[in-house]
Design a protein around this ligand. Sequence first.
Ligand SMILES: Cc1cc2nc3c(=O)[nH]c(=O)nc-3n(C[C@H](O)[C@H](O)[C@H](O)COP(=O)(O)OP(=O)(O)OC[C@H]3O[C@@H](n4cnc5c(N)ncnc54)[C@H](O)[C@@H]3O)c2cc1C
Length: 425
Amino acid sequence: MIPHVDTLILGGGLTGLSTAYHLQQLGYTDYLVVEREQEPGGLCRSFQKEGFTFDYSGHLLHLHTPYGKKFVKTLLKNNLRRIKRESWVYLQNRWIPFPIQANLYALPCAISHLCAEELLQKGPSTKPHSLKAWCISSFGAGLYKHFFRPYNTKLWGISPARLTCDWCGAFIPRPTRQEVLRSLTKKPAKAWGYNTYFLYPKTGGAGALIQALTKQIRYLRLHASVTQIDLNSKTARINGTLFRFNKLVNTLPLPQFLQLLKNAPELRKLALALKAAPVLVYQVAVKGKGKKFSWIYFPDKKDPFFRVGQQSSFSPENAPKGCRSFYIELPGNLRPTKTLEKQIWNSLLQKGIITEYDEKLFSFWQKLPTAYALYDFKRASVVQAVLSKLEKQACYLAGRYGKWEYSFMETSILQGREIAKKLIG
Ligand SMILES: Cc1cc2nc3c(=O)[nH]c(=O)nc-3n(C[C@H](O)[C@H](O)[C@H](O)COP(=O)(O)OP(=O)(O)OC[C@H]3O[C@@H](n4cnc5c(N)ncnc54)[C@H](O)[C@@H]3O)c2cc1C
């Protein structure tokens, strides 16, 4: 007989686990989470290496809703630190406080004045659609040229003219024109952005949340890879075995999920229109003391990376005493080679992020193939079309990758809760 479950949850990352947790909270246990890897957590996992704790790149808790805070505090109890962001933009050999658009005073005079003049030019009165138009209308052509264009081109792998601004609102701090101009001569009185303070586990890295959450989950199958789904017969092939289900929750990257669908040529074709911006991460551990910071943005083309975070700054437990660790994020089209490694080191040394007194202990690479859903002009309509077709077949999408959006861990927690309510309702 074919095994049967009412709700099948694909993927045991934070979103899949949150869905299962909230189903249980609602008194519902006829579900199964299937996860390909030998441990749950997806991108929110952490691991130990030679006394250091590493995340999959940095994973910090940005919690903005009372429920998100309550959820995390219930699970992590007092294993949490509250950290004040110390982040910078490295431009023209200077450390400019983040966000650059509220700290013009820290730029070389020639550039800051040009940025101010450009901002005073009257922009187009129509609503901007591209990321390029949004940046220019918000901050002026000068800041676009010196920061937003080069930084976003590195991160997304394509020109901001070919990206939409649909994701910007929550992520890019937007001081008013007056506030930008005032920052020419004066440090801003307030800190900008969604992440001025953030939470992070005292021990266990970001993965401590996953460890605590997994203890609550009753029906989780690891080493269980989904290879085919048939939404007509409501069956899924998992490690070669057929499973029946009534409802399906997908948290796998949407294009990959659509390719798993049997007898759905239209949906599989739509999958081809969804693109990702991959990220290559270089993690490194050193012995030695140095400048403390949370993360730094690097727009300059000469630097191969676009962001450097200091993992050891998030918790003293992340590195042995007297040591530091960094995650260095690079465009995903780069290949991890010795030459690239040398380029990274030279660049870090030149900026004083590491010094000649530091002893390199070890380093390793991570590849995140679908790190950012690409916000090109096709994404929104394709995702919408896919979503409405799938919901008609009791298949729900959730999470940053399942919904193919730019969102964070808190969104995974909240969407898991919403989906659980929807399934029960
Ligand atoms: C570089 C980077 C930095 C980030 N930093 C932060 C941060 O600081 N703060 C923050 O809040 N968020 C951050 N995020 C976002 C955060 O990682 C996501 O919001 C969150 O991990 C999404 O969880 P998920 O469960 O939806 O997806 P995932 O974590 O990707 O989980 C999906 C799961 O599905 C499994 N899977 C895949 N294919 C199959 C298959 N065929 N069969 C079975 N299982 C399968 C995978 O193994 C994985 O475990 C960052 C993301 C990136 C890329």
